[in-house]
Design a protein around this ligand. Structure first.
Ligand SMILES: [Zn+2]
Length: 85
């Protein structure tokens, strides 16, 4: 992920580019406002397994702001069911 976002204009829109480690998948984010992105430290079982630690660090963005440039047609959306009562 590019750590130097292009921030400009009165809306403070942001464009960020990134890729997987081997660069096969390339993607970009276009946020209307930097506040549309949220980071989370999560201690659920899924995040512990995915990150191989005691927590996972994730970023949450509106799905419509995410696009692949190469390597895939569309993002994978995974819904996690919260434990019920
Ligand atoms: Zn989690």
């Amino acid at each position: 992920m590019n750590l130097n976002p292009d921030v400009g204009g009165s809306k403070q829109s942001v464009t960020l580019k990134g890729s997987c480690c081997c660069k096969t998948l390339k993607y970009y984010l276009k946020l209307q406002n930097i506040d549309d992105a949220r980071t989370t430290l999560c201690h659920c079982a899924n995040c512990k397994k995915a990150f191989g630690g005691v927590f996972g660090l994730t970023a949450k963005i509106p799905i419509q702001s995410f696009r692949y440039e190469s390597g895939s047609e569309k993002p994978t959306v995974r819904l996690i069911k919260k434990p019920g009562p």
